[in-house]
Design a protein around this ligand. Structure first.
Ligand SMILES: *Cc1c(COP(=O)(O)O)cnc(C)c1O
Length: 299
């Protein structure tokens, strides 16, 4: 069965975590558009799909970890668009593949496992992959790059009254979505990224090198990674449950759970000026929660 993207499902929900919360906050629910091409991934892939069609490519080739939202999105987008797909997976082939890998294979993506040291030598890996598969469009990990940035900028088309928000808060992996949103935002808005990575503190600097006009507009906070990418602890999981209980909105432990935790802490520590109006971007990724024990979460 192929499902198509339905941007009519996007809503903007008011977030009130407790009666004490004084900073007005809304959330843009990109998580609702598609269970596999979830959240920001649809936007980041949009122009890659156009490039593949224009260049008459027969398939999409990309890479990621075994629970990657990006790989799943590429596999589903390829299937919907009648393209083949190849996924290069970081690490050894597991004895029993997790549910994301299973789903990716069912979507017709051909999987190749590559050991971590080769995977790390990204430029060499990418150029050898492109040579081996000239008819495939190569998409870098996470859909990073100009087409990804351009597509992510279109997220803000779905925000009515965009000008009322003083701050837009967003989860950060590669920073592609942050760059796209910042370029598409209104000039007095602050775009605050919450990094889910540890030890990668040059994301904002990298964006500013490419787009100096974003100086004073973007900020990436690096203290909410909970130990690193895809790491979690009981505090984070308890917060995600508390957030769900109060709002009925599920979050994922890799990105949006950390985003919402950071938002809450920043509100309680008076990070935002009193009359701020916040827009949180729910960038999806809920499928990744399948990688942790289901008893941890109440949703
Ligand atoms: C991929 C992903 C991100 C990170 O997006 P970048 O553009 O790489 O910064 C954030 N949230 C979710 C849910 C994602 O799947």
């Amino acid at each position: 069965m192929t499902l198509s993207i339905d941007t009519d499902l996007i809503t903007i929900d008011k977030i009130q975590l407790s009666p004490k919360q004084s900073i007005e906050t809304d959330m843009l629910r990109l998580d609702k558009i598609h269970p596999q091409i979830s959240g920001n991934k649809w936007f980041k892939l949009k122009y890659y799909l156009e490039m593949a069609k224009q260049a008459h490519k027969t398939g999409l080739l990309t890479l990621g970890g075994p629970w990657s939202n990006h790989l799943l999105a590429v596999a589903a987008a390829a299937q919907i668009n009648g393209l083949e797909s190849i996924g290069i997976i970081r690490g050894e082939k597991p004895h029993t593949p997790g549910s994301t890998l299973q789903e990716i294979s069912e979507l017709g993506m051909q999987l190749k496992f590559i050991n971590r040291s080769i995977y790390k030598e990204r430029d060499a890996l990418l150029s050898s992959l492109q040579k081996q598969h000239p008819d495939f469009l190569l998409i870098n990990e996470g859909g990073q790059g100009e087409p990804g940035i351009l597509g992510a900028g279109e997220i803000l088309k779905f925000v009515q009254d965009l000008e009322k928000y003083t701050h837009i808060l967003v989860a950060v992996g590669t920073g592609t979505m942050l760059a796209g949103l910042a370029l598409a935002s209104i000039s007095n808005q602050q775009i605050v990224g919450i990094s889910s990575l540890k030890g990668e503190e040059r994301i904002a600097a990298g964006i500013l090198e490419k787009f100096p006009s974003l100086q004073n507009r973007i900020k990436v906070l690096n203290q909410y990674h909970f130990g690193g990418y895809a790491r979690h602890n009981p505090t984070l999981l308890a917060f995600m449950n508390q957030f769900y209980a109060a709002t009925q909105i599920p979050t994922d432990f890799v990105y949006t759970g950390k985003l919402c935790y950071a938002w809450h802490e920043l509100c309680t520590t008076d990070y935002f000026p009193k009359d701020s109006k916040i827009l949180l971007i729910h960038s999806g990724g809920l499928q990744g929660n399948r990688s942790i024990d289901p008893d941890n979460l109440i949703f």
